[in-house]
Ligand binder design. Structure first.
Ligand SMILES: [Mg+2]
Length: 206
C-alpha cells in the first residue's frame, strides 16, 4: 500500500482515447459555419482545455472573426454526435476494467475532467466502469477550469482525500493538479495507464 489514499483520473487521454473523436465531432459541426479545425491544431492547442476556451481561440483566429458564443451554440450538436459514437463503441482499453478492479477497495477513485459529467458518465456506464468511481467532477461542477486547481480540489474534498495521486496527460491538467498541491503522474496515452500507475504505486514509500 502506498501513501496515497486516492487516485484522481483525468478522463480524455487518460481513461479513454477520446481526443481524436472530440476533434472529429467538433470539426464536423464547425465546418457548417466555415471554420476548419485540424487534428494538428487541436492536438497542440486544445487538448486539456475547456471547450469554451477552445471556441474563444477559434473565434478570434477565424477570418472573418466569429463571436465565440455563436460557436458555443453548436455544442449540443457536437455532444449528440460524440455521444452517439462513443456509447455504441466505448473508447476504453481492454485492460482498463481489470486494472481498476485491482485498485478497488485500496484507493478511493474519481474522474476529474474539463468535459461535462453528462458526457462522461454514460460512457463509463456503457463500458461497465461506473462502479469504480465515487464521483465525477466535470466542467459543470466548477467555476474555474483546469489549469486552475479547482477541479482537483473539489474531487479531493468530495472523497475526503488528503493524499491523492493525480493522473494526467495534458499541460493544463498537470498544472491544475500541481496547483492543488497534489502529486501528478503524467501519461501519454491511455494504453500506458496500468503500467505507469502500477509502477508509481509500487515505488511509493508506505
Ligand atoms: Mg486529458
Amino acid at each position: 500500500m502506498s501513501s496515497f489514499d486516492s487516485i484522481l483520473f483525468d478522463f480524455d487521454g487518460v481513461l479513454a482515447d477520446t481526443e481524436p473523436a472530440h476533434c472529429a465531432c467538433w470539426a464536423e459541426v464547425l465546418a457548417t459555419v466555415g471554420i476548419t479545425l485540424t487534428w494538428e491544431f487541436y492536438r497542440r492547442q486544445c487538448v486539456g482545455i475547456d471547450d469554451r476556451d477552445m471556441l474563444r481561440m477559434l473565434a478570434m483566429q477565424s477570418d472573418p472573426p466569429h463571436n465565440w458564443d455563436d460557436l458555443w451554440k453548436l455544442y449540443p450538436a457536437k455532444k449528440r454526435l460524440f455521444m452517439a459514437r462513443m456509447t455504441t463503441n466505448p473508447p476504453f482499453d481492454p485492460a482498463l476494467a481489470g486494472f481498476l478492479e485491482g485498485l478497488k477497495g485500496r484507493y478511493k477513485m474519481a474522474v476529474v475532467s474539463s468535459s461535462s459529467a453528462t458526457e462522461i458518465e454514460p460512457m463509463l456506464a456503457a463500458g461497465g466502469l461506473r462502479q469504480y468511481f465515487e464521483t465525477t467532477v466535470g466542467a459543470e461542477s466548477v467555476k474555474r477550469y483546469k489549469p486552475a486547481p479547482d477541479p482537483y480540489l473539489l474531487a479531493a474534498e468530495r472523497l475526503r482525500s488528503r493524499a491523492p495521486l493525480v493522473v494526467e496527460d495534458s499541460a493544463a491538467g498537470i498544472a491544475s493538479g500541481r496547483a492543488a498541491g497534489f502529486e501528478v503522474l503524467q501519461i501519454h496515452h491511455p494504453a500506458e495507464l496500468p503500467e505507469m500507475v502500477g509502477r508509481r504505486l509500487s515505488t511509493c514509500p508506505s
